[in-house]
Design a protein around this ligand. Sequence first.
Ligand SMILES: *Cc1c(COP(=O)(O)O)cnc(C)c1O
Length: 484
Amino acid sequence: MAEPAASPYSTESVAFRSALDVIRGVEPRVADAITQELADQREMLKLIASENYASPAVLLAMGNWFSDKYAEGTVGRRFYAGCRNVDTVEALAAEHARGVFGAAHAYAQPHSGIDANLVAFWAVLSQRVESPALAKAGVRQVNDLSEEDWARLRADFGNQRMLGMSLDAGGHLTHGFRPNISGKMFEQRSYGTDPATGLLDYDALRATAREFRPMILVAGYSAYPRLVNFRIMREIADEVGATLMVDMAHFAGLVAGKVLTGDFDPVPHANIVTTTTHKSLRGPRGGLVLCDEELAEHVDRGCPMVLGGPLPHVMAAKAVALAEAARPEFGGYAQAIVDNSRALAEGLLKRGTRLVTGGTDNHLVLIDVSGYGLTGRQAEAALLESGIVTNRNAIPQDPNGAWYTSGIRIGTPALTTRGLGPAEMDEIAGLIDTVLSGTTAAPAPKGGLSKAHHVLDAAVADQVAQRAADLLAGFPLYPGIDLS
Ligand SMILES: *Cc1c(COP(=O)(O)O)cnc(C)c1O
C-alpha cells in the first residue's frame, strides 16, 4: 500500500515519530499506547471482515487543526463564520464520492455508519411524511405548523414501516431492530434467506413486501457472503411504493473498485445509499450518504437534524481516501479482496469446513463451526489464542442465538491491504482448520458441554501462532513506517 522505504528517515517515519514526540511531551502513556497499537496490529492476523488499514495519508489528514472547527450547515451555507477551508475539504470529499460511485449527490458529514443510516431514514421521512404535511398545511417549515398539525405529524413519523434483512441472515441492527433506535422508530419486518441454500429468497421478499407495504426497503448486510441483486430489489420497492435504501457499509470498497457492477452495483438502482468509510473502502472511521436528486435537499438536512457539527478533520481524510479509491490501483485491490476471499473459502471447503451458502462471492466468508462441535464463541477464543483475530457471528436459524452463535465471520480486506494473496489464504485456511479441529467444548459444570468454554492444546495454539507470525513477517504492515 505505501512506499517501500522502510527507513527511520523516510517521510512517513519522520511524520509519525515527530507526532509521537509531541504527544509524549504531554501524556507519554498515550504516545506509548499508540506505538504499542502499531506493534500489536503488525502482529495480528486480522480476519475481521469490517476492519482495514487506512493509508498514512488518510491517517495524517485526521490529526490536525481541522478538528477545532465548527461547521454546521452545508458547503457555502454555514451557521459559523470562517469555514472556507472546511468547505474545500467537504466539497472535495463529496466530489470524489460522486465520481467514485457515479452518484448524483453525496453527503460527507455522517460521523459513522449508524449516523449515515439515521440521516437516510430522516431524509426519507422528510421527503415522504414531512414535506406533504407542510404542503397540506400551506406552510414552509415545521415551526409554522399549528400544535394540532404538529402533533399529527409527530405521530405520523412514528407510524411508518421498514422492511430489512433479518439479523441471522446477515442484516444489521440499524435496519429496524429493537435494540437500535431504528427499531423504535419504525414498525419493522424482516426478510431472510432460503433455509435450503442460504441464499436471499427474492420471491419470499416480494411476497412480504406486497403484504407489508413498507415505506423503506433496506438492502445491505454485515454477514452475507453472496451478491445482492439490486435491480430486483428496486423492482420490488417500486412495486410496493417503497424507497430503496442500500446500506453498503461492508462492500463499498468493492463498489468503488468496480468489482460489483450492473445489477450488483447499488448506486444506479437505489434511491439512497449509505456506507461507512472505514471498512473495505479503507478510509477514516466515518459515514457517507449518496442519493438521487430528489432526496438531496432532505439528506443535506442531516446536520442539525440528527448530527452534531461535522468532523472536518475526518472529512479531510474522507477526501484523501476517496481520491485513493478513484485511482486505477484501487480496482486491483478490490478484485484482490474477492480473489482472496474465494481462495480462503476454497481452502476451507477442501478441508471439509462447512460454510454458510457453501462459499463466497464477496469479501467475507461465514464458517458454520457447529461442524467442529463448537459454538462461535469457543471458536473465536481458540482462534485468538492461536494468533488469528476473527469474530463470532450468528448464522441463519442459529441454534445458539446471537451471543454464543454457531458462526465465525472472516473477511479479507485487511490482509489484502497487507499484500497477502491466494497462496497465503490457502495456508490460513489450513491454520483455521487445525485450530478448530484441535478444539473441543469444555464440560459444563452441571454436566453436558459448555457453550462458553473450550479446550485447546497449548502446543497447537503456539505452533499456529508461530506460523501466522512467520507468514505476516513477509508482508509488513505500514512498510514505510519505522518508529525505531
Ligand atoms: C458496520 C456497519 C454499520 C455501522 O457502522 P458504524 O460506523 O460502526 O456506525 C452500519 N451498517 C452496516 C451494514 C454495517 O456493516
